[in-house]
Design a binder for this molecule. Structure first.
Ligand SMILES: [Zn+2]
Ligand SMILES: [Zn+2]
Length: 357
């Protein structure tokens, strides 16, 4: 028996089958729909770029310290230090093909640092950067990006488990990679500092996932709810393996986040279709155009005025409620038991299955 299994059994934590791979492929910076990126190594490191059978080393202070990557038709055009390579795809990693620090920029718009291996190709004339990173790096990065500053550690730990469960059980919504870096999947920017609360929350819950019927749950979360969370059917969404339950949320029940919006009659008609309708409206008007699916509508001067409460779809973990529970002394287990009734916490093992039979 593997030592970790022995330790976990001694702690009395149930285990489920190991994941096939501890890495996830995240499509990054897709929101920029860019045809030009730059890539650099960390100042103290170097990158091995492989493309069209050639190897390029990117190193700070050398003649090739910044790689320009452009899409040209269906190809990539890589240029660095006066030389050019045309390829259909490229990979950047550490010297031994390992995950390493990558600095990727959309010139004039954004620069982000990742830890992983970068694969790049062209789809529909746009660059598609995909960073394959350790799943725990992704969990910490999502916790950092998706939580408010000052969130108590127990609420961060609950978020880490929810986000990890989603990374294990979700996926399949994109063809080129597992998850995007937007709220469509989960918001993800850079990995947090090793001594940050987000990194601590990921490390302290390492490999823990929510399960239902012995399988990891594609766990959802919402910024705030309207006083109770939602079941899928309530908001017109199809049933999933985990049905979700409507539970009372004390903080939002006593003091919900209120909002008002004006929308057109056509948009109001679309909103009657539940959460899918709301997402359709937000896709056109902006992500916060209609903050939640919990509202009453009044007609006024040819426009429809919405008065609502809550932020997001209202499913699963209410982040605001979780912060409130943590502030009142609940730990991450109590938070998750409250927002995900009938689930169990289990440990994912990344050791080969043969090691614990
Ligand atoms: Zn996505
Ligand atoms: Zn709530």
């Amino acid at each position: 028996m593997h030592w970790l299994c022995a330790l976990l059994l001694s702690l009395g934590l149930p285990m489920i089958a190991p994941a096939q791979t501890p890495t996830v492929r995240i499509g990054v910076l897709g929101i920029f729909h860019t045809q030009h990126l730059t890539l650099a190594a960390d100042p103290a490191g170097e990158l091995l770029v492989s493309a069209a059978g050639q190897r390029i080393f990117l190193r700070g202070g050398s003649s090739c310290s910044l790689l320009h990557i452009r899409s040209a038709g269906a190809s990539l055009l890589l240029s660095c230090g006066g030389s050019e390579v045309r390829a259909t795809q490229m990979r950047a990693s550490g010297r031994n093909q390992q995950a390493t620090e990558l600095v990727i920029a959309v010139p004039g718009k954004i620069k982000r640092r990742y830890f992983g291996v970068l694969d790049l190709k062209v789809a529909d004339g746009e660059l598609v950067p995909i960073v394959t990173m350790d799943r725990e790096t992704a969990v910490a990065s999502v916790v950092q990006a998706e939580t408010a500053p000052g969130t108590p550690l127990e609420a961060l730990k609950a978020q880490a488990i929810v986000s990890r469960s989603y990374l294990v059980a979700g996926g399949g919504r994109h063809s080129n990679f597992d998850f995007c870096d937007l709220t469509h999947c989960q918001f993800l920017r850079e990995p947090p500092a090793a001594d940050s609360p987000a990194a601590a929350a990921a490390a302290l819950t390492r490999d823990l996932v929510l399960t239902f019927d012995e399988k990891p749950v594609t766990a959802m979360f919402t910024r705030s709810c309207s006083g109770h969370t939602r079941a899928l059917a309530e908001i017109g969404l199809p049933q999933t393996a985990y049905p979700y339950f409507s539970v009372l949320c004390d903080v939002c029940y006593k003091n919900p986040v209120r909002w008002t919006r004006n929308v057109s009659r056509d948009d109001a008609a679309l909103l009657l279709r539940g959460e899918m309708g709301r997402l359709a409206v937000d896709r056109v008007l902006g992500w916060n155009a209609v903050p939640s699916n919990n509202f009453i509508a009044h007609e006024q001067d040819g426009k429809v005025m919405l008065e609502g409460t809550g932020q997001g779809h209202g499913l699963g973990l209410c982040q605001r409620g979780a912060r409130g529970m943590a502030q009142h002394g609940s730990d991450f287990r109590e938070i998750l038991e409250h927002y995900f009734p009938n689930t169990q916490l289990k440990v994912l093992l990344s050791v080969p299955e043969s090691e614990f039979h």
